[in-house]
Design a protein around this ligand. Structure first.
Ligand SMILES: C[S@@+](CC[C@H](N)C(=O)[O-])C[C@H]1O[C@@H](n2cnc3c(N)ncnc32)[C@H](O)[C@@H]1O
Length: 278
């Protein structure tokens, strides 16, 4: 399939293959390690990292000895993940292409933990995603999701909000990924998948985007060049002559949120941490 026909077949895949998320993920490694350390991982646990990208959480999971499978819809990120696993000598970590809406080929009750940090939230059919995550998780196991929160004032929610204000409206029936940050939707989706409310806990947590030497402007340049949702906004803004306006809004946001006292960035971003006992 050519890239053009692939993008018609699956716009979700095209969105994430359009850029290079590894460029953004480079700022997220520390928080990826922190979240993994909080999960009580023991060697030989079987873990699925869904929407794994190039392994921000999958690599630290494997370093703790778990048997880790990363599944991601973007083929460039699957390749980058497998390269990172090989470079780190992690034989207990593999990445493969797959869609969180339909994990065909993954057997029922395969994993002790299904983790998805800002991954499965971007798949277009949230009820199917919840069903698939419950299906592939062992009884007695856990699902842990990290989801951005709509209208939160911190970085990523605002980057996505600004980006969508410059992008043509989505097709009818499109369900915003940000709805995964809303408690009522989370309960409804997992409820339909067979996990009742009492089995779900939701707490606000914080991720940090960190770099010792990149400035907030350089950080935003990477979003504009490599982050699918922002790239689409830039394309549309260029057509309407508003690219500078978009750029200025994003830079202003990053500068206002930057907590680094020196050169570099340290930008917090709030997210909803969801844990489901299966
Ligand atoms: C914001 S990135 C996060 C990547 C990674 N979890 C991390 O923290 O670095 C979102 C990821 O979800 C993946 N993704 C989006 N839709 C997906 C789907 N339907 N199935 C599997 N992965 C998907 C993207 O390709 C991308 O790698």
């Amino acid at each position: 399939m050519t890239n053009f026909s692939a993008s018609i077949a699956n716009p979700n895949q095209a969105l994430w293959e359009k850029g290079d998320f590894t460029q953004i993920a480079a700022f997220m490694r520390q928080s990826g390690e922190v979240i993994v350390e909080s999960l009580g991982i023991t060697p030989e646990m079987k873990v699925l990292d869904l929407g794994s990208g190039d392994g921000t959480t999958a690599v630290p999971l494997a370093r703790l000895g778990a048997q880790v499978v990363g599944i991601d819809i973007a083929r460039n990120l699957v390749k980058a993940g497998n390269q990172r696993a090989a470079a780190a000598g992690l034989r207990n970590l593999t990445f493969q292409e797959g869609d969180a809406c339909n994990l065909q080929g993954v057997a029922d009750h395969s994993f002790d933990l299904t983790l998805s940090v800002f991954g499965a939230m971007f798949a277009p059919k949230p009820f199917d995603v919840a069903k698939e995550m419950v299906r592939v998780t062992k009884r007695g196991g856990r699902i842990v999701m990290g989801n951005w929160i709509p209208n939160d004032p911190t970085l990523v929610s605002q980057v996505l909000k600004i980006s969508s204000a410059f992008t043509p409206p989505p097709p009818e029936g499109f369900i915003s990924p940000m709805t995964w940050g809303v408690e009522s939707h989370i309960i409804e989706r997992f409820g339909q998948a067979g996990a009742p409310k009492e089995k779900i806990s939701m707490v606000k947590d914080t991720y940090y985007f960190a770099s010792p030497d990149k400035s907030p402007t350089q950080f935003i340049d990477l979003f504009e060049k490599y982050y699918g949702p922002t790239m689409n906004a830039v394309d549309a803004a260029q057509k309407s002559g508003r690219a500078e306006e978009l750029h200025n809004q994003l830079v202003q946001l990053a500068e206002a949120q930057n907590k680094s006292k020196d050169v570099g960035v340290l930008i917090p971003a709030a997210f909803m941490r969801v844990t489901v006992s299966v």
